[in-house]
Design a binder for this molecule. Structure first.
Ligand code: ATP
Length: 267
């Protein structure tokens, strides 16, 4: 299902996200070992690999939750390597989580509005005094929330508590909240895990739409190989913290090292 073309592309063209020689060590364990890859602007880049390969660690480095022991992460010419998570989010890298992270009683509209926080200019005082400038700004944010709700196909649910929606729609709300940050890059951690086939199709269509209509780059960690192969423009394969392969889905699918890594986990 394709969604409404209501949300327009961000003002700035997305830049490449370049990961260079990133190593992460935890007390003797090397979770990532000199990993490099580049997420091209406006592409879906999947990071795959067997359990414990280092996918979540990669996400945590990209979003600033973990510090790289060595190596660098750049968005265009901006060095993100040592920045705190809120600074990285402020520079346009939004993420969703493997587990739902929505306030349970908030409406869909209010949950999406949370994503507008970093873009809010009116201070506490202006809002508290109900100054016209603050009211105007609030209206603009609400309009944008409505557009994004249309884009993800949830405009009818805007005033419902997000917590009562089916799981697949709640995950879309999370995705919408990340879109409300007007990101350049969206990090999606297993966006379709635990969903029904219908929900998976719907979320995959929205993700493709985010790339195609909004031009936002997407980094995707996902175990469902069918979806990865259909959706991704490029794939990076990790195993035991190392990048063992990279390329188009067709290229990595036939790579002997990849086949071996996956077969090895089935034994
Ligand atoms: N905070 C941490 N402290 C210690 N070790 C960690 C930490 N985070 C991850 N690791 C270790 O780093 C390695 C890579 O883990 P990571 O969670 O990144 O793998 P993954 O590919 O996301 O796995 P899965 O598919 O099971 O989620 C594992 O050996 C894991 O135990």
């Amino acid at each position: 299902m394709t969604t409404a073309p209501a949300a327009t592309a961000p003002a700035t063209a997305p830049a490449a996200l370049a990961v260079r020689d990133v190593t992460v060590r935890f007390a003797g364990l090397t979770a990532l070992d000199a990993v490099s890859f580049t997420v091209e602007p406006g592409s879906v880049h999947a990071v795959i690999g067997p359990n414990g390969a280092g996918k979540s660690t990669t996400f945590n480095v990209l979003s600033g939750v973990y510090r790289a022991t060595s190596g660098t992460v750049h968005l265009g010419s901006t060095d993100l390597t040592r920045l705190a998570p809120h600074r990285i989010a402020g520079l346009g890298i939004a993420r969703t989580f493997q587990n739902l992270a929505l306030p349970p009683h908030a409406t869909v509209a209010d949950s999406l509005l949370l994503g507008r926080h970093r873009l809010t200019r009116s201070g506490f005082l202006a809002s508290g005094l109900r100054l016209p400038s603050a009211a105007r700004e609030a209206r603009l944010h609400r309009d944008r929330v409505r557009e994004i709700a249309e884009f993800i196909g949830l405009e009818k649910e805007l005033e419902l508590p997000a917590g009562i929606l089916p799981y697949g729609k709640q995950k879309l709300v999370e995705l919408g909240r990340a879109l409300c940050m007007e990101p350049q890059v969206l990090l999606l951690d297993e966006p379709i895990a635990g969903m029904t086939a219908d929900e998976r199709r719907r979320v995959a269509a929205v993700v493709a739409d985010v790339r195609d209509s909004l031009g936002i780059s997407i980094v995707l960690v996902e175990h469902d190989m069918g979806v990865v192969m259909r959706l991704a423009d490029a794939v990076t394969v990790l195993d035991f913290g190392r990048r063992i392969a990279g390329g188009t889905p067709a290229e990595v699918q036939n790579d002997p090292a990849v086949v071996q890594a996956y077969l090895g986990t089935q034994e």
